[in-house]
Design a protein around this ligand. Sequence first.
Ligand code: FAD
Length: 126
Amino acid sequence: MRRYEVIVIGAGLAGLACAWELVRRRHRVLVLEREPVIGGRASSWEENGMLVESGFQRQSRVVSHPEDFHSLAPGYDHLRPGQQTDVPGLTLAGDYTRQPYFATMEGAVLSGQRAAAVVARRFAGG
Ligand SMILES: Cc1cc2nc3c(=O)[nH]c(=O)nc-3n(C[C@H](O)[C@H](O)[C@H](O)COP(=O)(O)OP(=O)(O)OC[C@H]3O[C@@H](n4cnc5c(N)ncnc54)[C@H](O)[C@@H]3O)c2cc1C
């Protein structure tokens, strides 16, 4: 049986960036994705000869409790969690986590890279 050092849950841009950075550092990484395609909100697939974008087709839902979500209004940035958590072994990545951008592909990738740095530091004993 193969043994993994890191499990990345979710193959969106943040998870993939995190996994890529860790593989580059020679860690054994398993990526788990619940959907049949990778890429999360940035994924697309072909259906009946048409390119379908997941952001519009799969991820859009009615928000019934808007107060439960971070607002993009100025002054709310401190509510976003960082990549490092107090839970042993748990590191967060995702466009919602704290980094200089809001909900963007760039922010998602950056959060994944930062999460990978946190994990790598932990392996190095830091
Ligand atoms: C319609 C639309 C248009 C956009 N346009 C732009 C744009 O023009 N420019 C831009 O920069 N950004 C754009 N964005 C935002 C950008 O797509 C997202 O910020 C970015 O893709 C988020 O990446 P992420 O990895 O943080 O999250 P996600 O893409 O949401 O990835 C999370 C992944 O985790 C998986 N997952 C969740 N729970 C589990 C579980 N329990 N087990 C296994 N897997 C799980 C999900 O299936 C998903 O694949 C757009 C978004 C949408 C919806």
